[in-house]
Design a binder for this molecule. Structure first.
Ligand SMILES: Nc1ncnc2c1ncn2[C@@H]1O[C@H](COP(=O)(O)OP(=O)(O)OP(=O)(O)O)[C@@H](O)[C@H]1O
Length: 326
């Protein structure tokens, strides 16, 4: 797929179409169709074994797809893996560095080796992360090695940066510094894809997030959509009330209502203002309104709890059907 002017997909740096990866009989990635826009910070979420690393490694041509295809900047990783990798700086989840080298020498080595290597930038990142570059990799702690790997990866000015759990093994202060670095990269015009199991990090930094579940792209959500979702909890002061009906004109704003043992739970999407008037008319006390947050969406997608009414993707419907869930 070549990039073309006027084609809406030309705004996308990454395009996956029906991307599928099977290991023997086991399907690790199934029919994944998604795009990542230029300049976007895109989060990849999913429990252990959901297929995140498989997706990334197939995108980069380290694994060959069993079906479907993917392009990065219009380049196909199957036919042109080297050209694709020139577009990308990739931090794998299990980054291994030569143990005999000292930090300084290692940053020099990688800056020289990469066509877009930037020694100054790598050293600046190491300094920002307060890393002692005089040590040999073998004598560094796990967190120090992670910092060094980040300094290597954040050096080259490639259009796309892929970070597989960049904050793993780091203490809270350093985690915050790494997230700052990600935002700097975005401000410098780079596209960033990153996976993390820490949902607050994804909330803080990403423009859009995709949820993988058992190899399927189960749900996609922009942060703007997320921040418009709220949960209302309250106690019903009318002991005879059995249920709460959503008024017709609020159907698009209220996704879910439950009343059980006088405990009320209401989930909203979109503008809160029209919902507030309705809440005021209900016999409620101890009313609390809070942002729903990614945690609730994550649970809804991955644990199959009926917390939210999400618009399911086609893949999500397929999974539900396969599992016999209505
Ligand atoms: N080489 C392989 N051969 C067979 N199965 C594999 C292979 N590599 C990965 N898998 C399986 O594919 C599935 C997806 O693995 P993957 O590493 O992509 O998950 P992940 O979402 O990155 O997980 P984590 O969050 O634990 O890193 C898992 O069930 C895993 O066991």
């Amino acid at each position: 797929m070549e990039e073309q002017d006027g084609d809406p997909s030309s705004e996308a740096l990454v395009c996956c179409e029906g991307l599928t990866k099977r290991y023997g009989d086991f399907t690790a990635l199934s029919d994944c169709t998604m795009t990542v826009a230029r300049g976007e910070v895109f989060g990849l979420l999913g429990p252990n074994g959901a297929g995140k690393t498989t997706l990334i490694r197939t995108m980069l041509g380290y694994l060959h797809p069993s079906d479907g295809r993917c392009t990065i900047a219009g380049l196909d990783p199957v036919s042109d893996p080297v050209a694709v990798r020139r577009q990308v700086s990739y931090l794998p989840g299990d980054a291994r560095l030569p143990r005999h080298m000292r930090g300084r020498g290692l940053l020099d080595f990688f800056a020289e080796m990469h066509p877009l290597g930037d020694r100054q930038r790598s050293f600046a990142v190491a300094e920002q992360l307060e890393l002692d570059l005089s040590r040999r990799v073998a004598f560094m702690s796990t967190g120090m090695r992670q910092k060094l790997a980040l300094a290597v990866v954040l050096g080259p000015r490639t259009p796309l940066l892929i970070l597989d759990e960049p904050t793993a093994n780091l203490d809270p202060t350093v985690r915050a510094a790494v997230l700052d670095l990600v935002m700097q990269e975005r401000d410098a015009g780079r596209t960033v894809m990153f996976s993390s199991h820490v949902l607050s990090e994804i909330e803080q930094t990403c423009d859009r997030v995709a949820f993988l579940r058992r190899g399927h792209l189960a749900h996609e959500l922009t942060m703007d959509e997320l921040f418009q979702r709220h949960r209302v909890t309250a106690v019903c002061s009318d002991p005879d009330m059995q249920s709460i009906e959503i008024p017709g004109q609020l159907q698009e704003f209220v996704t879910d209502v439950s009343l059980e043992k006088r405990k009320v739970r209401i989930n909203t999407a979109g503008d809160l203002a029209p919902v507030l008037g309705w809440l005021g008319s209900l016999p409620l006390r101890q009313v609390r309104i809070e942002p729903l947050g990614l945690q609730a969406i994550y649970q809804s997608v991955h644990l199959g709890e009926e917390i939210l009414q999400l618009q399911p993707t086609r893949a999500q419907q397929d999974v539900a059907l396969a599992e016999g869930v209505e």
